[in-house]
Design a protein. Sequence first.
Length: 187
Amino acid sequence: MSIDSYTLERFIDDLRRLAASAVDEASLLGQIAPLAQRVVAERGWLRADMYRADPQLGFGTSLLHVEADQSLFVVVDSWLPGRGVPPHDHDTWALVVGVEGSERNIFWQRLDDATRPGYAELQRMDEQCIAPGQVLAMPSGSIHSVINETPHTSLSFHVYGRHLNHTARRQFDPEHHRELPFIIDAR
Ligand SMILES: [Fe+2]
């Protein structure tokens, strides 16, 4: 490893510093994006077990970092071929960088006023495919679904403002207008 390697530890240090001084989410996401692309390009953090995924869920989550107060949650997600995740929000900001393969992200807009428990109306909007090195920034409130339409497991690098099991994030069933809690297994 050269002395100039942009390691995960250096990325986390930068992330901590930028998050502490950020004036707003948009500027923070803009500052983190090139650094996340850089640490993804160097791949020193990548391990073979990160390709594992839960066959029932269709994806797997490997924890790279979280602060003691549950902020600055960094994970690698793997997606089995043909599998994905239903529409969900994060209840915090999110940044995704493609590592391997291609993942289609579909964005949704919530139409109802979120006052009826368990009920949600969603409208499908635009979409974006994430290839290796490409970045997707999602401010708080964004709703997306993900699918790996390729015949191979895909991998992506994710950074969130908070551990997703310590937020009030939800997943949605747009067809049946349902809203549900969304808990993941991140180890
Ligand atoms: Fe997500």
